[in-house]
Design a protein around this ligand. Sequence first.
Ligand SMILES: Cc1cc2nc3c(=O)[nH]c(=O)nc-3n(C[C@H](O)[C@H](O)[C@H](O)COP(=O)(O)OP(=O)(O)OC[C@H]3O[C@@H](n4cnc5c(N)ncnc54)[C@H](O)[C@@H]3O)c2cc1C
Length: 571
Amino acid sequence: MPAIHRALPALRRIRIANATFQQASRIRLQPSAAAAASRPAYQLRYQHAEAQTEAEPTTSASGADHAPQEQPDRPQQKIKFTADSYPSLKRDSRFKELTEDDVKYFKELLGSESAVIDGVTKDAFEELDAFNADWMRKYRGQCRLVLKPESTEQVSKILKYCNDNMLAVNPQGGNTGLVGGSVPVFDEIVVNLARMNNVRSFDEVSGILVADAGVILQQADDHAAQHGHIFPLDLGAKGSCQIGGNVATNAGGLRLLRYGSLHGNVLGLEAVLPDGTIVDDLSTLRKNNTGYDLKQLFIGGEGTIGIVTAISILCPQRSPAVNVAYFGLESYEKVQQAFREAKKQLSEILSAFEMMDGQAQKLYAKANGARLPLEGEHPFYCLIETSGSNTDHDSEKLNTFLEHVMGEEIVSDGVVAQDESQLQSLWACREGISESSQHFGGVYKYDLSIPLPQLYSLVEEARSRFESNGLMGDSDDFPVMDVIGYGHMGDSNLHLNVVCRRYDKEVEKAVEPWVYEWVAERKGSISAEHGLGLAKKPFIGYSRSETMVKLMRQVKELYDPNGIMNPYKYI
Ligand SMILES: Cc1cc2nc3c(=O)[nH]c(=O)nc-3n(C[C@H](O)[C@H](O)[C@H](O)COP(=O)(O)OP(=O)(O)OC[C@H]3O[C@@H](n4cnc5c(N)ncnc54)[C@H](O)[C@@H]3O)c2cc1C
């Protein structure tokens, strides 16, 4: 990568990213033990950065010692059962309770000890807990049976049996979902797809990947990379989440700006309906205008109408030239200006534009004992990524852009990654926020689509709300530590996180339904990319009309007349 300082001698304030910010980011995605137990050791992108940075001592521009600081201990609070946290939720009495005979059937069907975690005929509490508890440590079910099929036929037989016997089912991928959809509420059987993890085919010419639903996103991307392609989705949990889970949640992520949503990229899928019917729509065609596009119902269906067992997806060519820049800015107005300029000047090579407020970056640094890339404090930060096919061409464009935003004082300070490890370290500052937000006890997460001009006002209003109602403060007396805002600026998608020392009903009451009303008044969406799950189910009316909800219920009843699929959630 050419040195920007040589290309831009006038821009003294743009410092080339160097070892100074490559402090050890100690953050780790803490996947459920369920995912950990059943997946290869793929790690988050920012963990890769850590490995590189810990190996080499770092020196700051000012000569200060950048040795990693002690990471504060993370309090491990006991997770309450969802049924206790939400006493208004009652187990549906139509569902049968599991018996020894049921377990016997599943053991014979799956034919392997490791494919069944049986808490019905024996004590498997510890092992099951990993599948019962969600990533946020907010929801905890009471499932006593986990099934891990390894073929579509096994999934079909499992669902048929469950449907015939009125046994409720909770499909589960990597269990990284953020709305409580991936774990049971009561004693639903968890059907975990981790053992269905084969790539079925990759077409070098078209870039179409066909793979089992249980393939981990990182693994899918690595496979595409071997063929010079890229998986069109990327997100902070890529080391644990599964492509079936991604499709089931219609995950958005970091590069939606460039590659678009899964509704466009997924070309076909294979799924199993509750009655055991295998839906083979694993098309690899880009064009197929023959009737209703029913696969779209499974994309974002969150396991409520069937289990996705395989997908085919269009993977774009991987860009050989990737640049990442990280800026400090003095106001949200400037962030918007920078975004406008980035679109104008970087146009087709712009692949990500992420916004983080100062509090989000401070929290990231605090949770990880890390030092941020820029000296001094800035109210806002942006991360811009470009991906293109010609290094010289892209660098020239980026330099012109940098010259402009620095010259016009749209950005106050910035760094540009010079190599892969710096690039990873800059990304870590963005991707590490989600993990950091729940590091100190808990987090209430709101994932919202809001028109860009109003997007950040919500964070400011939420902050003053917690300040005035006495729930937020510096000591342990206050449940709320801070309110942070960050997100996919390019998609008008704000992540509002209420960072807590502990989960507290008063906090929830202060923010809900206020936050949804706020968003609805501005015609936004109460869930931009995380879905509905259990957390957002009661609030769908803020984003969807009665007619839409009625139509959705009809779809649910048509596909899952017994209501066994992921009950208590979605709609
Ligand atoms: C650090 C971190 C960063 C994240 N960043 C983003 C982000 O940028 N963008 C984003 O959109 N999300 C993000 N998420 C949320 C989460 O990673 C995504 O929702 C992901 O797509 C979930 O995949 P999973 O395999 O973990 O699914 P799970 O969490 O296991 O399940 C999620 C839902 O899908 C259903 N499901 C899972 N697999 C299947 C299947 N095969 N068939 C049918 N239903 C199924 C489950 O029942 C559940 O309702 C992030 C999460 C974390 C922890």
